[in-house]
Design a protein around this ligand. Sequence first.
Ligand code: ADP
Ligand code: MG
Ligand code: MG
Length: 883
Amino acid sequence: MSVKKYVYLFEEGRADMKNLLGGKGANLAEMTNIGLPVPPGLIITTEACKEFYACDKKFPPGMEEQVREYIKVLEDKTGKRFGDPQNPLLVSVRSGAPISMPGMMDTVLNLGLNDATVQGLAATSGDDRFALDCYRRFLNMFGDVVLGIEHHKFERILEHAKQRKQVDYDNQLTAEDWQVVVEEYKKLIERETGEPFPQAPMEQLFRAIYAVFNSWNNDRAIVYRKINKIPDDLGTAVNVQVMVFGNLGNDCGTGVAFTRNPSTGENVLYGEYLINAQGEDVVAGIRTPQPIATLQQEMPAVYEQFVQTCQLLEKHYRNMQDIEFTIERGKLYMLQTRTGKRTAQAAIKIAVDMVQEGLISKEEAVLRVEPAQLDQLLHRRIDPKASLEVIAKGLPASPGAASGQVVFDADEAERLGKQGEKLILVRMETTPDDIHGIVAAQGILTSRGGMTSHAAVVARGMGKPCVCGCEALRIDYEREEFVVGQLVVKKGDIISIDGASGQVMLGQVPMIDPEISPEFQQLLSWADEIRAMGVRANADTPEDAAKAREFGAEGIGLTRTEHMFMAQDRLPIVQQMILAATPEERAQALDKLLPMQEGDFYGILKAMAGLPVTIRLLDPPLHEFLPNAEELAVEITRLRLTGGAEKEVRAKEDLLRKVRALSEFNPMLGHRGCRLGITFPEVYAMQARAIFQATARLVQEGVEVIPEVEIPLVIDVNELRLLKEMVSQVAAEVMEQFGVKFEYTVGTMIEVPRAALLADEVAREAEFFSFGTNDLTQTTLGFSRDDAEGKFMNDYLEKKILPENPFVVLDRKGVGKLMRMAVELGRQTRPDLLVGICGEHGGEPSSVEFCYEIGLNYVSCSPFRVPIARLAAAQATVKYGRR
Ligand code: ADP
Ligand code: MG
Ligand code: MG
């Protein structure tokens, strides 16, 4: 039986083999094959990892032999031998999943060192100190990552060594000092594991490979996958790569760089490096690194080569790259490249610039920006006119502003976050173990680490404001406070940070609404050219309508009229209408409401001149407009006890009776929507009259208006027939009365399954459909959003019963099936039926995509989400083609 190929040399791979070789491996392979200086290496496939899990955490048959065979190839390439005491081969063992999971699984460097080979390394490098430095790093990494010994135990030994010598930095220790540390590390390992440190390189290698596979399922990897919706069954590849050394002296170094600024998108090389350092030193925030530009002075030739390499990689991948490199004795090596994570602002600028540079097409540019990311730009920022009391300044690591209470611990941040507190997580530096705290916080502030530190990278990925390397902060975790100058800031104090400037302020600062940058406008105008589905907004006031227009809405998909009833000056009249004992009394109240509603509609229709406006007639159950029964009962008792006027008490009692009479067992499924219109036709008639009188006035003023009257919660065409007749009757009366003609349509919301099932019949009367997916989701799933999210939705997501919260991301499988059917049935009856969506889903990118797929004419969402919907609609058009 032939065994599978589990191991690939870098030469054997390509960038498009990410699923098999992992992102890191595939890109190392690609760089190797385009001739870049990459230290040789091999990749163990994700397939091997999957089989490792399938066969009870054992390496699949054949894998080990293949690894041994390929190690020989690396030996031949380098002329070094694994375990050779004269000239030892050393490797790094690096995890690499198909989707990059930054900092989730740690790398082991310098593998292959032991008591014998460390001497060979010392001899070949001519540097004892260097060899021992590598060995102690290896013992620490292997002990921590592979053997699971807590990192701080190694740290403690190192700290002691530094104290003994009274020095501050690692690089001040001598070979002798490192020899002592090495011995103590080995003792620590033996003490902790009950076995001596494994000296044999092959054993080290296989244990490291095992640890990488195993780390696929460690807690922080699982959390990261969950947050980023990465499937759990992809598995990780393992990269075994020949070591190069950035810590061999002052002509060496290691660094990371982005080919463009990942924060602003500006087309300048952006990165950091450290001289005489290895691996993670740059990102770990141990020393604060130098900006890449100074490399130009320090090592001009290397810098030149690096700049050219970056340009080549950008051209090759046609995207901004995030690169790791090491310089060994003046020679440049590339250790990683991947598509760089970026803020929304940078994503937009880079996409637009790359179109202008002729690197990508407009369609690609539109696909390059994650619509959900735009949210970041549609958020508030610090008012530039505000005078700020800046207490410290760090690096502007991730833009946006945030205010919140200071919290020093990730667990505590998580706990407080759940209680709805606004928080700023303050740490010396963050590690992957702090992820849950970063998720819970509004912003991150660290005292150490650069623009590429863990905190900065993660915050940018999540679109959270972050200020890094704020060295003026002296943080004391024990006392739960930090000190800047004379100022002591304690846990729970409010601070604000501005991730665009790096400023830290005491207290809450004034913020302003976002505006759309020229690049953002450009991208959106390309999106508009491309997309084949309309985008409207949900708006209940002329102000919202104007805002929506500004953001590019092409009409209103939902105007709710109940909000208009809730206004202070109207509620008493609405209550009078509801409580009316006789039709005359009700008519009186309605007469008072009519001019008010007419004014509302006039304003909205005018703000949307030339564009359609869907106005929904009254929808919620009437008791929502009445006082709460319990409170009323308490009030009556209080009046009684304090000897209130009999008349007043009577009136309140009457009211309470009425409130009780109107109370329902299940208001969501009770007397609401068009059921109100059926029982109280005069209410709907008043609303229709208000709409049409506003229309008539605007027509007289020469304004083009397109009202669409919408009947909510329809279950049967018969409801619609009755109500449409009435609406048309009112329209005819108003036209007569004003002596003008105007166009209007009458349609319905589709928000209960029966309406979707009978959509062909409903479409006989309805001139348009609008999916009210909030209610349609509730009625299809049979539970209310509030109850579900408050009580069990988390369990459903955790146990993967549902893939997503259906109130956030449209449930394509269930609700979507009803929608698809309703569109088809509706258009069978009425081929030109206008169909849209007005639920919250109308602004959620994946739901927007689905709406396009099933043939909707438009989506409608809240004004601030309109740009998101425009972009998402364009992406759907690129994906599914024009119709
Ligand atoms: P991560 O995914 O956390 O970035 P990496 O595998 O990229 O982990 O490696 C961690 C650090 O070690 C990086 O700085 C990387 O450049 C460095 N590194 C990895 N392999 C080698 C190697 N063969 N020689 C020198 N440095 C290496
Ligand atoms: Mg890396
Ligand atoms: Mg509804």
